[in-house]
Design a protein around this ligand. Structure first.
Ligand SMILES: [Mg+2]
Length: 245
């Protein structure tokens, strides 16, 4: 087996626990919009109306996003676009003109992105990436909308791929190939680290990359395909790399 010279990392639920981040972000920005909008409408002394989230509870926002993702299959991985478009539609149905709806959707998305980037990487991650970057070239590949450059961890990744916004979300092979090309590596010399069987393990393995599968939820296939290694946590990665060396 050729020596590994490049590592690609999934972000959400690989380098941090993303569930709590998303819950906080989802309810936080929606509540912010509700309040800010009510204050703005009062200021304009518009006739009082039901609050925005009273009229469109969080579930209807979720349903609208799902509907948009189905209607625009190419955009299904571009969560930022889907969210902003869904908000604009709901705001217009709430009675705002197109321009105001667009404005408030954009402001809510700024709030969303600010909260979305309040992630807490696992305690070991910074030191881990510092050590690994001495030896390997590192890239991040995410379907999510975290811009790693906005996080303190960003400096570890000379290459960062936002696969959803490339309109080629994982399991599409293109984000992996783009990352490896930009790192000057190739699949046989690279290892991908990720938590999703469908979006990380299978596509990377099919390309001929080796894979460290973070199976935190222990949802495990019992027999792993060749080149796939199961880890309980990303902190176990150096030991695996030492074994593979
Ligand atoms: Mg993930």
């Amino acid at each position: 087996m050729p020596t590994i010279d490049a590592l690609t990392f999934d972000l959400d639920d690989t380098l941090w626990d993303n569930r709590s981040v998303m819950q906080r972000t989802e309810s936080g920005h929606y509540a912010w919009l509700d309040e800010a909008l009510a204050a703005w409408l009062t200021q304009r002394s518009e006739t009082p109306r039901a609050g925005f989230t009273q009229r469109f509870p969080l579930e209807s926002f979720v349903a609208r996003r799902q509907q948009l993702a189905r209607a625009h299959p190419l955009r299904r991985g571009d969560f930022t676009w889907i969210r902003q478009r869904a908000l604009t539609e709901l705001l217009m149905e709430y009675g705002l003109g197109q321009e105001d709806a667009g404005h408030w959707a954009a402001r809510a998305m700024e709030r969303f992105m600010a909260l979305r980037h309040q992630v807490e990487p696992y305690a070991e991650v910074d030191a881990l990436l510092t050590a690994l970057s001495q030896r390997y070239r590192l890239a991040s590949i995410t379907n999510g909308n975290v811009d790693i450059a906005r996080l303190p961890l960003g400096h570890h990744f000379p290459v960062a791929i936002l696969a959803g916004e490339m309109l080629a979300p994982k399991p599409d092979a293109r984000p992996f190939l783009a990352a490896l090309a930009r790192l000057g590596s190739r699949p046989s010399r690279a290892l991908h680290v990720g938590d999703s069987w469908r979006e990380d393990v299978l596509p990377a393995q099919r390309l001929g990359m080796r894979v460290a599968w973070i199976d935190a939820r222990d949802e495990g296939a019992t027999r792993l395909p060749p080149g796939v290694h199961r880890l309980g946590h990303v902190s176990e990665l150096p030991a695996l790399l030492a074994r593979l060396d």
